[in-house]
Design a protein around this ligand. Structure first.
Ligand code: SF4
Length: 272
């Protein structure tokens, strides 16, 4: 009897084991105290930021678009795409922790913004050969200087992998209020994570691209190709290793910045 192939673990399954994620590292870089509340102390957040909720719902609709394309070779209906988005937003609006909406808003403007962005996307999106949607990974983290391999792996998921002209192309979906500048793309760590993860899980060398959906009055798209080398991966790994050690040593401090204005844990910072 031929054994059935075992499907690879999903991100939800990988999250059940001790792990490090890119989001956690990014949170620490932004503010170690915010990381502490979110990942170590699991402090009750005061709200959920609007941009995160909207971005998550758009992200889910994009995953549905590419999964449908992979499964059928055709575009999902526009109405079906918008249904995925609206269903997720309905769920978010009914969740116990409130979304921080603008004054006098009932969430309608958030829904309109997402619908406009997705309509634009549906009209302009092409139909590449989809290799994977939400490709989960768990890969080792190590200190490039000492060679120490950390106990907890780095886990994550690549939003989309399509067939590129020369090799697989890893695509990251982003929503933003404005276009990314070249200097911003050069500083991004996430593409280095994907380059490394693709090597580790056997996909091999990949190209990298951000697909940005711009939530301006007239929505638009920006496609940004990103180059990453072994030097970028080494630097990413050194940053991760330093943060893992800082967390283990209990180093958490407030890093006051623009991010405080929408921070879910500000009520704790301000009362201390
Ligand atoms: S309010 Fe500011 S300093 Fe405090 S946890 Fe949030 S981001 Fe950090």
């Amino acid at each position: 009897m031929v054994a059935e192939p075992v499907p690879p673990p999903t991100l939800a399954e990988l999250r059940k084991q001790p792990h490090v994620s890119y989001s956690a590292i990014r949170s620490y870089l932004l503010c170690p105290m915010k990381f502490y509340h979110s990942y170590a102390a699991k402090t009750e957040p005061s709200h959920r930021p609007l941009a995160l909720v909207l971005g998550g719902a758009i992200h889910e609709a994009l995953a549905a678009y590419y999964a449908h394309l992979q499964g059928t070779g055709t575009k999902i209906d526009e109405a079906e795409l918008l249904d995925v988005f609206r269903t997720r937003i309905d769920m978010e609006l009914n969740a116990p922790i409130p979304i921080k909406l603008d004054d006098d808003s009932d969430g309608t403007d958030m829904i309109d913004q997402g619908v406009n962005v997705l309509r634009m996307f549906w009209e302009r999106a092409d139909c590449p050969t989809v290799l994977a949607v939400e490709q989960a990974f768990a890969v080792p983290l190590y200190d490039p200087q000492s060679g120490e391999v950390f106990a907890a792996p780095m886990i994550g998921a690549m939003d989309l992998i399509v067939q590129g002209p020369q090799r697989p192309l890893v695509v990251e979906h982003k929503t933003s209020s404005k276009k990314y500048a070249t200097w911003q793309l050069e500083l991004e760590t996430q593409p280095s994570v994907y380059k490394y993860a693709a090597q580790q899980i056997g996909i091999g060398d990949v190209d990298l691209m951000y697909q940005l959906l711009i939530k301006s009055k007239t929505p638009s798209m920006q496609h940004c190709r990103i180059e990453r080398t072994d030097a970028h991966i080494k630097e990413m790994m050194m940053t991760f290793a330093t943060i893992i050690r800082a967390v283990d040593a209990g180093i958490f401090y407030r890093n006051r910045s623009w991010a405080c204005s929408d921070c879910q844990y500000r009520y704790r910072c301000d009362e201390a």
